[in-house]
Design a protein around this ligand. Structure first.
Ligand code: NAD
Length: 675
């Protein structure tokens, strides 16, 4: 998407100059914006007839630093925000007021904090989200925010990274005023400050006169240090807050910047920035296609997935009819959806009014006829091609002519499903993950005949559900299941080296996977993949043990016995499981590498086949659908950090040792290894 270069618009309102940041869409403080802003600040400093200065942003104040610049090196290049621009504001002989509309986040809020005062629109949001992105505020946020609102609330905002509304900001003293016209209010405030005895208050001059600030930060630091899940960003931000409590402003600022610089270059922060960019780029609409707005939906199949999908649609204010074949199923589903909304109220995630609004949008009915008026129809019936084809055939005759027809199939050929209906251009895949009302990932499957408009409508809808769409082309298992199956397959093969399921799970979980493969299988049910393999006619001996488990009825959690025994509250190894050792033992490192590089190997195949558009999309799917650790970016990003030469060499070694053709490196990977 071409964006016009960032500029600063200058407007004189009598004796006040208004600088409006103009870098759509969110006024990132990239180098060109910083240069333009510095130029105007220097210009203002040389105008003796000025009484004050206002910084505004249109339509949003600023969403902060341009993260891409931290990888290109421009992020910390002159003019820097923390020293040069903030310094220009500090030395300006005039009061400056930030007029916050939309959002002042990260560097955006730090810029506002470097002004003499701040006013905000009632809908504005302010915050320092850096620690949620793997780093920390680096332009004075940890020094000025506590001086503005006190150490305790500042620590809370920085550690949680949450944004606050204008009302809360006013209560905390972060802003001086709320106004429907923040620019006018800021002009008036600048003018009155110019007449006041302390014409130019600066947060850098505020003494943090809180005797308990230091012990408070120390206690928070100790508590955070004890928790192994605390991010490095939070730990560093707490260190910087400690300096705010103990050091003079400039020394604290220098310490903050030192911590920030070190962190910004760390692998976890790089991974966090990569995740942020990958998610922002996922599900870009096809050029020129105009999405239809979905106001009503029908969900066919009121089972586990259908209920979750209905809840996801309801939460976005979309009218939903949930359809099944028999009254008792419909009744059970209505009860389950109602109960889930009630639980959301109990947990404080939904207001009673919100629940009532969603219930008013919800219906459950027997029979497909109830789908006739829906703008979107999502099919979530049994994973059986014939059943799905029959549903789509009937929908062809019955649905609105412009309705989008989506299938939630996780493994079937979408093109075969589409072929059963008239207008295959309206058919698309919407592969939700379970529980669908919670999981953000949706693989949006672009079939051979899917039109751009259908695709665009589906992508826009998924975003409206506050979910993450990733486009996949048709192929067995799409992106995620296809890649994850190879990881599970390696875990199965490793059993032959004498490694137990508990050891393999433990090694992968220690490495960062949310759940080891055997625990995942026991949760899904060992019958599910076994049936899918049988349906696909697979005879891969790697799965002999897994198929044997399914045949014995050791299905996992639901049968009380699987790879583990669930007789006690804490699962224990299944003592009845005996696996022949036929291969030499391997180290934990090798266990992990074989499973994780299997993800990379299959990801290469998925990219070569054009099933996924980019390695960033593959990484997004694995992080959001399969528990791959986000702080490693994704399997592809992680392999890049590890070094493609080492990755490819490991694959070649396993190819020689095991003879498994899976490890034969495709040219696309071999090239990376050699480069
Ligand atoms: P489920 O068995 O819980 O629910 C299926 C429902 O469809 C049942 O209530 C059944 O009565 C109903 N149904 C069957 N034929 C129908 C018809 N002709 N008309 C109307 N209703 C009909 O299954 P599920 O786990 O919800 O899976 C549904 C789909 O979602 C499958 O395609 C599955 O592969 C896919 N999926 C499942 C998961 C998961 O984790 N369970 C994840 C992603 C995708």
């Amino acid at each position: 998407m071409p964006t016009k270069p960032a500029t600063v618009r200058v407007e004189r309102v009598d004796d006040i100059v208004v600088l409006t940041l103009d870098g759509p869409p969110v006024n990132l403080l990239g180098r060109s914006m910083r240069r333009a802003l510095l130029r105007e600040l220097e210009d203002a400093a040389n105008q003796p007839d000025l009484a004050g200065l206002v910084i505004a942003g249109s339509p949003t104040f600023s969403a902060g630093a341009d993260l891409a610049e931290f990888d290109s090196g421009d992020g910390l290049a002159e003019p820097t925000l923390h020293l040069t621009i903030a310094g220009a504001l500090d030395s300006l002989p005039l009061p400056s007021v930030a007029a916050v509309t939309g959002a002042a986040l990260g560097g955006g809020l730090e810029l506002a904090l470097a002004c003499s005062a701040r006013v905000a629109h009632p809908d504005a949001r302010l915050g320092l989200p850096e620690t949620t992105l793997g780093f920390m505020p680096g332009a004075g946020g940890t020094q000025r925010l506590p001086r503005a609102i006190g150490i305790q609330p500042a620590l809370d905002l920085i550690v949680t990274g949450r944004a606050i509304d204008a009302g809360t900001a006013l209560r905390l003293g972060l802003i001086s005023e709320i106004s429907d016209d923040p620019v006018a209010a800021a002009i008036a405030l600048a003018r009155s400050l110019a007449l006041a005895p302390d014409a130019k208050p600066r947060l850098r001059d505020v003494e943090l006169a809180e005797p308990l600030a230091e012990p408070y930060v120390d206690a928070a630091r100790r508590a955070a240090g004890r928790n192994p899940r605390t991010s490095r960003g939070v730990l560093a931000a707490l260190d910087a807050l400690g300096s705010a409590a103990t050091l003079p402003f400039d020394a604290g600022l220098a310490h903050e910047f030192q911590l920030f610089e070190r962190l910004a270059a760390s692998p976890t922060a790089r991974a966090a920035r990569y995740r942020f960019q990958s998610e922002r780029n996922a599900g870009r609409l096809p050029d020129g296609a105009t999405p239809l707005v979905i106001d009503s939906a029908a969900v066919i199949g009121a089972g586990t997935m259908g209920r979750g999908i209905a809840l996801a649609l309801l939460s976005a204010g979309i009218r939903v009819v949930l359809i099944d074949t028999a009254q008792d199923r419909v009744d059970a589903a209505r009860e389950a959806v109602t109960a889930e909304l009630r639980r959301s109220v109990d947990r404080g995630r939904l207001s009673e009014q919100g629940r009532d609004e969603q219930l008013a949008l919800f219906q459950a009915e027997v029979g497909l006829a109830a789908a006739a008026d829906a703008a979107l129809i999502v099919e979530a019936v049994f994973e059986d091609l014939d059943v799905k084809r029959e549903v789509f055939e009937r929908l062809g005759a019955l649905a609105r002519a412009d309705a989008v027809l989506a299938s939630n199939t996780s493994s079937l050929d979408l093109d075969l499903i589409a072929a059963s209906t008239t207008n295959a251009d309206r058919v698309v895949g919407m592969h939700f993950f379970s529980p669908a009302q919670v999981m953000r990932l949706v693989e949006v499957v672009d079939g051979a005949k899917t039109s751009d408009r259908t695709l665009a409508t589906t992508l826009a809808l998924v975003k409206r559900l506050r979910k993450l769409p990733v486009v996949a082309r048709v192929g067995p298992g799409f992106i995620g299941n296809r890649i994850f199956d190879q990881y599970v397959r390696q875990a199965q093969l490793l059993l032959r080296t004498g490694a137990t399921p508990a050891r393999i799970d433990g090694a992968l979980e220690a490495w960062g996977m949310a759940m080891g493969p055997f625990r995942v299988l026991d949760l899904v049910g060992n019958d599910v993949p076994a049936l899918a393999r049988a349906a696909a006619g697979s005879t891969d001996p790697a799965f002999d043990v897994a198929d044997d488990l399914a045949a014995r009825g050791w299905l996992g959690r639901k049968s009380g016995l699987g790879w583990y025994s669930y007789a006690d509250p804490t699962p224990r190894p299944n003592e009845g499981l005996h696996i022949e050792v036929t291969e030499p033992a391997v180290t934990d490192d090798e266990l992990v590498n074989r499973c994780v590089f299997a993800l990379v190997r299959e990801a290469a195949a998925v990219l070569d086949d054009g099933i996924a558009a980019s390695s960033a999309d593959v990484d997004t799917v694995l992080v959001h659908g399969y528990g791959f650790p986000a702080d490693r970016g994704g399997p592809w990003f992680d392999a890049e950090q590890y070094g493609w030469d080492r990755v490819v060499r490991a694959m070649q070694t396993w190819h020689e040792q095991t003879g498994d053709p899976f490890w034969a490196t495709p040219p696309s990977l071999a090239e990376r290894g050699a480069a």
